[in-house]
Design a protein around this ligand. Structure first.
Ligand code: PLP
Length: 217
């Protein structure tokens, strides 16, 4: 199945980049995919998944978690503050921490629960007006502020502009992570995960190349 092909390409990209085998985690992005496709990938042994919508994930994952021990689900879509409570109860990691108000909400939830999902700060590397994420010039201050709130910052995440070569964006994200002492780099999707691995990605988010095209509607 396509999953095996993607795993092989990740392994080859790790070798090509001189990185340790297994240093890149594959997040299978299952948003809006038909359940039978997700079930097949679970049967094939994949345990780490990415979802974009809190409500959709809340409907899908409790049953699969019960059926397949070891499942982890990461939130990779924009997170509204009013869904944060549900999100921290449901996801092992949130890749889209992109503003102070959300950080404050997550900090309050972490204090009352005594636990928090791992957090990735989303960076708008292309400074695109329509795109979420902290602007590159604000990242160091934002990471420092989030750490002061006692929240676990695992790394940085980006979605490069569609029409551009992603490699400079991946390199920029890697630099920002290094100077902030962050080891996690969530970058690379179906069309560019090998370039992301060459630049140091620790988490690649691959959807359509595993499951096939998404049909919305
Ligand atoms: C949907 C999505 C992906 C997966 O995209 P593909 O091109 O299907 O691999 C990765 N990251 C984010 C943030 C997404 O929303």
């Amino acid at each position: 199945m396509a999953l095996d092909d993607i795993r092989a390409r990740i392994a080859a990209a790790e070798v090509a980049a001189g990185r340790a085998p297994g240093s890149v985690r594959l997040i299978a992005v299952s948003k809006v995919q038909p359940p039978e496709r997700v079930a097949a990938v679970l049967e094939a042994g994949q345990r780490l998944f990415g979802e974009n919508y809190v409500q959709e994930a809340a409907l899908k994952w409790p049953a699969w978690r019960a059926q397949f021990p070891g499942v982890q689900v990461h939130m990779i879509g924009p997170l509204q503050t009013n869904k944060a409570k549900l999100a921290v109860e449901m996801f092992e990691a949130i890749h889209t921490l992109d503003r102070p108000g959300l950080a404050e909400k997550l900090a309050r939830l972490a204090q009352s629960r005594g636990a928090s999902p791992d957090l990735f700060v989303q960076v708008n590397t292309g400074a695109e007006p329509q795109k979420a994420g902290v602007l590159p010039g604000m990242v160091d201050d934002f990471v420092a502020a989030v750490r002061l709130m006692d929240l676990p910052v695992a790394g940085l995440m980006c979605i490069p502009p569609e029409a551009e070569d992603p490699a400079p964006h991946f390199a920029m994200l890697a630099q920002m992570a290094a100077r902030n002492g962050l080891s996690g780099l969530s970058m690379g999707m179906s069309s560019d995960f090998e370039a992301a691995i060459a630049a140091g990605a620790t988490h690649v988010r691959v959807g359509s190349a595993i499951f096939g095209a998404r049909s919305y509607g």
